[in-house]
Design a protein around this ligand. Sequence first.
Ligand code: SF4
Length: 279
Amino acid sequence: MSKLKIAELFYSIQGEGRYMGVPSVFLRTFGCNFTCGGFGMPRGEMSIERDAIAERMIEFRDYNELPLVSTGCDSYASWDPRFKDLSPMLETNAIVDRIMQILPHRRWEHEHLVITGGEPLLGWQRAYPDLLDHDSMHRLKEITFETNGTQPLSAEFKEYLQRWRAQREITFSVSAKLPGSGEKWSEAICPEVVCEYEQVGYTYLKLVVATEQDLTDAEQAVLEYRTAGFTGAVYVMPVGGVERVYTLNNRTVAEMALRKGWRYSDRLQVPLFKNEWGT
Ligand code: SF4
């Protein structure tokens, strides 16, 4: 029986991308290859908000008690090792039991499964077949992997997904990290990886932007993906894990999308639920 280290498992409205508004189960795995400390910071500076939270770690017994941050990665506790004890390692059977408990009809009807992170396509690829092949998961019809687009699919997992999608829908929502995230271009923009996802499921880019410099970076990235053969849709999404930041730039980003002929993705979880844990 495979195991997954789970940072969060909750039922909410998908707030971003292609399935915005769809009731979804979110399975947030632990671990990421990036840290994205640059979000919401002046170019070249890195957030230290999570360091201040880590120093108060003794105060927090549960993931949901952690403070939200307005700079850096807003799901920091799903990868920073200092918070790892708040994310249990669970067998896939136990995860499926929890999923059934949070679904409104105790079984899949029209809800969507979102596997997110952290970066969900790190080593956990080997555990997903066990999860998805569980008897209670057979009614599930739509799944999205929310990924940063840097992790190739293993040959075994790619073959598994190609079988799975014969009667169902797989989506890769690729939030590629532009320099405004603080990550290096050479490590974050991996067109050949994203083109491989397109062979397995509907794949789109979802780029977080706030400034004209971010928009210029987004144009360069899209050019590189297109040159490699990527054909999917491009969304731009405002920065902002807290409402104060999000409302500063959501309209500007919508106007950028209109200028470029790209799609706009909101972050519905921010105005609806204040981006609290579990939303
Ligand atoms: S890739 Fe995503 S989860 Fe990982 S650090 Fe960046 S924003 Fe956070």
